[in-house]
Design a protein around this ligand. Structure first.
Ligand code: PLZ
Length: 437
């Protein structure tokens, strides 16, 4: 690792060089592309991002849960360099190559369940979700797609319809794809329901408003990501999965954010022993290169006709090489265990902070997917406090992200290779920021 694992501030955040570059962004990049923290990164590794002014920031975002193996992870770099020098693209659908095959074999092996599986490779999370729906529709010959409050599935037309939150994802971009139905989820902090009670409520909604026999698939994140790191009450996911099984509905776990060791297991479904029919994957799959996948039961995956699935770049050879490097790293370095260690450091620190500050209404998450939900004196979501705390953290030299349908969740997604000392320092800085309010 060439990047020293130390936070270092040599200018204000953002520094003059970044400010200058941001001026150029304003003149060249479409306004619709928002930026959370405008420091321009020049190098990154482990738990540190280095910016154009020479500042070193603690990375608690991992590029939105992507670089689980760390930035420029050695096995990823080596695999990419070797592959890029051999060939960069042929299109697997035209003339295939082994990397695509090996990634599919790896995904079939490591995803939950020991049934026979197949995989298809794509470019982005949204594209994976789109394809999961295509596959489920081809298999069931039904139309309806069921999604949940606080769900996030992407920014393409179908996945915008599947995403719950209007601003900033959907506003003015309709009309949206039809036959998408939203039902209540399990949100223990807000609804106080047990898992089975919340599942009964969701199922009642589906049966009343959609009709079981019309439903092709239920698509759910095992922990809602963009929606605020909402961990469902125990028993919710298994009950929903069981209802799907009983009604011939394809149960799709969107593990795009929760996957690849993030929650302390390779996949979040495993915490409750849920085996999805299909699983959508992206983000952590390839150490930062664009790759996504749908993996699932062979008989469902094989429903679409030959040439019904694909795309020019899906499973690009360089991205596949990166994925093989990333997956090998996750397995050989037991990164799920590192995620559990991260949770063991963060959760007690955050709970101690919550005990002193009523603005922290809830501390939740699993492994290295941890969040705090911020509320005002009446218990209502406090987006203003959330964004102020995030900004203050940025000024201290750490990258934190917000989330939540109400914008009142501060979320933490450190690379799983984050050095523990750096993580403790980050928790200390957060305490300093909140104590100073
Ligand atoms: N499903 C569960 O978390 C992507 C979105 C960032 P893409 N989440 C980050 C933003 O503001 O665009 C995500 C996800 C879940 C699907 C997606 C979509 O993945 O690779 O961004 O298309």
């Amino acid at each position: 690792m060439t990047v020293t694992q130390q936070r270092k501030l040599v200018t204000e955040i953002p520094g003059p060089r970044s400010v200058e570059l941001l001026g150029r962004v304003r003149r060249s990049v479409a306004r619709g592309v928002g930026i959370t923290l405008p420091v321009f990164v020049t190098e990154a590794g482990g738990g540190i991002l280095v910016d154009a002014d020479g500042n070193q920031l603690i990375d608690l975002g991992s590029g939105i849960a992507v670089v689980n193996v760390g930035n420029a992870a050695p096995a990823v770099v080596q695999a990419v360099q070797e592959q890029v020098a051999r060939f960069t693209h042929t299109c697997f659908m035209v003339t295939p190559y082994q990397g695509y095959l090996e990634v599919c074999e790896a995904l079939n092996r490591i995803t939950p369940g020991d049934h026979e599986k197949r995989s298809v490779l794509l470019n982005s999370g949204a594209e994976a979700v789109e394809n999961a729906v295509k596959i489920a529709r081809a298999h069931t010959k039904r139309d309806a797609v069921v999604v949940f409050d606080h769900g996030y599935h992407g920014r393409t037309n179908l996945t915008m319809a599947m995403t719950a939150k209007n601003m900033p994802y959907k506003d003015g971009f309709g009309p949206f794809a039809p036959e998408v139905y939203r039902v209540p989820t399990s949100y223990p902090y807000r609804d106080g329901l047990t898992g089975p009670a919340a599942a009964a409520r969701s199922v009642a909604s589906i049966e009343k408003y959609v009709g079981a026999s019309n439903v092709a698939c239920v698509v759910i994140e095992p922990i809602h990501g963009e929606g605020g790191f909402v961990v469902p009450a125990e028993g919710f996911l298994p009950a929903v999965a069981e209802w799907c099984r009983d009604n011939g509905v394809v149960f799709v776990a969107d593990e795009i954010q929760t996957g690849f060791g993030r929650t302390g297991d390779l996949f979040a479904c495993t915490h409750e022993g849920v085996v999805p029919d299909l699983i959508t994957l992206a983000k952590g799959i390839a150490g930062g290169l664009p790759l996504a996948a749908v993996t699932g039961r062979a008989e469902i995956m094989d429903a679409p006709h030959v040439s019904g699935l694909g795309g020019t770049y899906g499973g690009n050879p360089v991205a596949c090489a990166a994925a093989l490097g990333a997956i090998a790293t996750i397995e050989t370095e037991d990164l799920p265990a590192r995620a559990r260690d991260i949770g063991d450091i963060m959760l007690p620190a955050l709970r101690e902070l919550a005990a002193r500050h009523p603005v922290i209404g809830d501390v939740r998450g699993r492994g290295a997917m941890i969040a705090i939900e911020l509320v005002d004196e009446s218990g209502a979501p406090d987006a203003v406090a959330t964004s102020a705390i995030a900004k203050a953290c940025h000024a201290e030299g750490m990258v934190v992200l917000t989330a939540g349908t109400d914008g009142n969740v501060l979320r933490f997604l450190p690379p799983l290779v984050m050095p523990p000392d750096l993580l403790r320092e980050a928790m200390g800085l957060l305490a300093k920021v909140i104590d100073a309010r």
